[in-house]
Design a protein around this ligand. Structure first.
Ligand code: FES
Length: 114
């Protein structure tokens, strides 16, 4: 099934991924001029800004997935829910900026609305 068009104001891009990437994989990707972190967790893939919303450490460098779908930024210990982007533990006071992600049926690529 082809996903519906992007939400108004968003650009739709396709990113190839390894369908065998294990949970906990965090990739840095520059996509159409946007720096993203692509994160594999217990509920699929999440695409978010590469920089942590607390103090802009790289989530590809300092992020770690625990408990299935919790992202810890090891710069200062903030925790986020990868399903919603919500802050679970401060010092971060802003959520992750999530980008809608639709994985392909065979898991080889993601369609992301930037
Ligand atoms: S930069 Fe991520 S917790 Fe501070």
């Amino acid at each position: 099934m082809t996903p519906a068009g992007p939400q108004p104001g968003r650009r739709r891009v396709r990113v190839d991924v390894d369908p065998a990437a294990p949970q906990g994989t965090i990739l840095a990707a520059e996509v159409d001029g946007v720096a993203l972190a692509l994160i594999r967790h217990a509920h699929g893939w999440t695409a978010t800004d590469l920089d942590c919303p607390h103090a802009r450490c790289s989530l590809a460098r300092d992020g770690e997935v625990v408990d299935g779908s919790v992202l810890i930024c090891n710069c200062h210990g903030s925790e986020f829910d990868l399903r919603t982007g919500a802050v679970l533990l401060d010092p971060a006071d802003r959520p992750l900026r999530l980008r809608p992600v639709m994985p392909s049926a065979d898991g080889t690529h993601l369609t992301i609305d930037l």
